[in-house]
Design a protein around this ligand. Structure first.
Ligand SMILES: Cc1cc2ncn([C@H]3O[C@H](COP(=O)(O)O)[C@@H](O)[C@H]3O)c2cc1C
Ligand SMILES: O=C(O)c1cccnc1
Length: 351
């Protein structure tokens, strides 16, 4: 297995930033009046390295995997839902399938470590494609030992890098599926940010207050039994999951290639948190789509100084929030490319 964390260049380019800001400021509107769309246009221009950014062939990447810790009752749903939803993604009936179709996002679903065998199949042109990159049929139970070995974790990261290398386009939207993966995200946040589990453990698919308390107690066991796993890669192997590790690789590769990365909710944010602890410049390429309703997401975003675009009370995952935010990125590019300037339109700029 070949594995090396790619170098991610610093994108700071004062001259390009100044040119982009000048173009934005001299569009026919009061200064700053397009609010966050202006910052978004600037960000996309910086990532793609041009004053005229165009988003082409956007890819929705949904990584799926199962978790041994699910057997401890940390989710309101059973692990079988993971493979059932993978089939639903491919059949076109899941939220992310519908939203990706609506917005013209190519959908790739990756079996990174689903417990059940997923049958290979050919995708019809334009239909969702399935990639089989299963490292193992689910992780081990992190409440009794490491979820993955270092080698398994590195294999999943390498798979994510290889998958992105094979996808076209300059924008990558992140999604995931894996029953119990809010537990994984909470564990990674608690360990990497040193936050108490009480502040970062939420309802996930719908646990009640007593269920959240039981979940928190199980997660505390996972932190205790994996107390030695402190570096980002050690924490990812001990507490993470195959879909999250594959997403870490996908984020690193997309960042190295200067793709715009659209981050979804709590779980994909956890993958970006790990990737950014390995290579902080990854965050220069990220657009955070929304603030999830899942407890802990605000603290996760704060760790990355991230200001998400939307706050709609979403708590689904799959990439649904990233797909919903996508038209805002398209609008930011359209404004930059198509709005007249005061000069070109002959509009007075000052009183
Ligand atoms: C039908 C269904 C569809 C989903 N789509 C995404 N998730 C979301 O819920 C799971 C995480 O929550 P927890 O940690 O509580 O298991 C992940 O699979 C996530 O993608 C779903 C969950 C369910 C039940
Ligand atoms: O924010 C998310 O990604 C999320 C929240 C709850 C359940 N699944 C995913």
């Amino acid at each position: 297995m070949s594995f090396a964390i790619p170098a991610i260049a610093d994108l700071t380019d004062a001259a390009l930033t100044a040119r982009l800001q000048h173009i934005i400021d001299f569009k026919t509107k009061p200064l700053g009046s397009l609010g966050r769309i202006e910052a978004l246009a600037l960000r996309i221009g910086q990532v793609l390295g041009t004053e005229a950014p165009q988003l082409v062939q956007p890819q929705m990447l949904v990584c799926a995997g199962d978790h041994g810790i699910a057997a401890r009752g940390v989710s309101a749903f059973p692990s079988d839902v993971t493979w059932q939803m993978v089939e639903n993604f491919l059949a076109g009936g899941a939220a992310v399938s519908v939203l990706a179709r609506q917005h013209g996002l190519a959908l790739t679903v990756v079996d990174c470590g689903v417990a059940k065998p997923i049958a290979p199949r050919e995708a019809a042109p334009g239909a969702p494609q399935l990639l089989l990159r299963k490292v193992a049929p689910g992780t081990a139970d992190a409440s009794v030992g490491p979820a993955m070995s270092a080698e398994q974790c590195q294999q999943a990261i390498a798979n994510g890098m290889e998958v992105v290398r094979g996808l076209p386009g300059n924008a990558l939207l992140l999604g995931e599926m894996g029953i119990a993966n809010t537990s994984v995200a909470s564990l990674l946040l608690a360990r990497l940010a040193g936050l108490p589990l009480a502040e970062v453990t939420g309802a996930g698919t719908g646990l009640d207050a007593a269920g959240i308390e039981r979940k928190r107690a199980v997660l505390q066991q996972a932190l205790d039994v994996n107390a030695q796993a402190s570096s980002p890669l050690e924490a990812l192997a001990a507490l993470g999951g195959y879909e999250v590790a594959t997403l870490v690789g996908a984020v690193l590769q997309a960042a190295a290639e200067r793709r715009v990365i659209v981050v979804d909710g709590f779980i994909t944010s956890a993958a970006v948190l790990v990737a950014s602890r390995l290579q902080p410049t990854v965050l220069q390429r990220c657009v955070f789509a929304h603030r999830s309703g899942e407890r802990g997401h605000s603290l996760m975003l704060a760790q990355m100084q991230a200001e998400p675009l939307l706050d709609l009370g979403l708590r689904l995952g799959e990439g649904s929030g990233a797909a919903l935010a996508w038209p805002l990125l398209q609008s930011a590019c359209a404004v930059l490319a198509e709005m007249a300037s005061f000069e070109s339109a002959g509009v007075d700029n000052k009183s």
